[in-house]
Design a protein around this ligand. Structure first.
Ligand code: F6P
Length: 341
């Protein structure tokens, strides 16, 4: 009989509860016991944890967020906290720790594994889809679907009012949501962090559309995209830090109005992309990830992250997964250009 701990860390996303349910189901089937750790790494620092049974984890497959709570505590840069976490884990009598999270959470898991010998297994989640080592991190599909629906809605109002609408989606370092939701929503211009924005080129493209009689346009931009030659500092770094919205969409809208005279509006989708019920795809992937994570514990395979490769569930070392971010697919970006303007 093994005792497994599970925590969800970093940003929440749809599908976390599906993983928790899946881990508990599979573990109970194997005769293992699962302890839920509350609020990410905080729960291991404060000893806030409780046994999860089938009853507590039934009916949560379709529920957004995480029943365990989460936090953005990132302690690998604070050795004292890492020591407390490692000691508390060892004292708890758990045999393995399943960490469900993105880049930051998995980096902490890797540190615990390498420096303190904690037997960890990672499960990748990221609405940004920015994790390497896996074709897919759950949460992304739901976010793309939500953003696409919003783009559809904004399309009709943009057309009625003959306006430009700049839609800001999440994605601090990578443009996956902007690219996929932009293609699915028929955006006229897609702007991503991977390629600095040439605002004159954007305006030229809008002018050409107007000449063709298209008096409205939809621009989708990742929050992490930057405009060549312009800084966002004028919006105040402190305000940006607390709100986590870069305001790049405001800057782009202002520049478009200034340079073209076209009436422009901004819509920042924000956390709506992370809330609510997971898509069917995210439910299925997170369920598959959860089962495989328990199997890895059973096989004593630690320091690994479950992953998706060609629609098969595999595993990779966490080290490989967090080494560098997965940037947008260049081929898909090229395809998006066929529809730009
Ligand atoms: O990393 C996921 C993510 O949703 C990013 O896309 C976004 O920039 C960030 O988290 C927002 O974080 P918070 O919820 O802490 O404001």
């Amino acid at each position: 009989m093994k005792k497994i701990g599970i925590l969800t860390g970093g940003a929440d996303c749809p599908g976390l509860n599906s993983v928790i349910r899946s881990v508990v189901r599979k573990a109970v089937m194997e005769g293992f016991v699962v302890t839920g750790i509350k609020n990410g790494w905080n729960g291991l620092m404060d000893g806030d944890m409780r046994i999860l049974d089938l009853r507590m984890t039934s009916g949560i497959l379709d529920r957004g967020g995480t029943i365990l709570g989460t936090s953005r505590v990132v302690p690998p840069f604070e050795p004292e906290k890492m020591k407390i976490i490692a000691e508390n884990f060892k004292r708890s009598g758990m045999d393995a720790l399943i960490t469900v999270g993105g880049e930051d959470t998995l980096k902490v898991a890797l540190d615990l594994y390498k420096q303190y010998g904690i037997p960890v297994v990672g499960v990748p989640k990221s609405i940004d889809n920015a994790l390497s080592g896996t074709d897919y991190a759950f949460g992304f599909d739901t976010a793309v679907n939500i953003a696409t629906e919003c783009i559809d809605r904004l399309h009709t109002t943009a057309e009625s009012h003959h306006r430009i609408i700049v839609i800001e989606v999440m994605g601090r370092y990578t443009g996956w949501i902007a690219l996929e939701a932009g293609i699915a929503g028929g955006a006229n211009i897609i702007l991503v962090p991977e390629y600095p924005i040439d605002i004159d080129q954007v305006c030229q493209s809008l002018n050409e559309r107007h000449k063709r009689g298209k008096m409205f346009s939809i621009i989708v931009v990742s929050e992490g995209a930057r405009v060549k030659g312009y800084s966002l500092e004028s919006f105040g770094p402190e305000r940006r830090k607390s709100r986590r919205s870069s305001n790049v969409s405001e800057l782009i809208a202002n520049l478009i109005e200034e340079k073209t005279g076209y009436e422009t509006r901004v819509s920042v989708l924000g956390h709506i992309q992370r809330g609510g019920t997971p898509s069917a795809y995210d439910r299925i992937i997170s369920t598959r990830f959860g089962v495989r994570a328990v199997e890895l514990v059973k096989e004593n395979l630690f320091g690994k992250m479950v992953s998706l490769h060609n629609n098969k569930i595999r595993y990779v070392s966490i080290e490989d997964a967090v080494r560098k971010r997965k940037m947008i697919d260049k081929d898909l970006y090229e395809i998006s250009k066929v529809f730009s303007g």
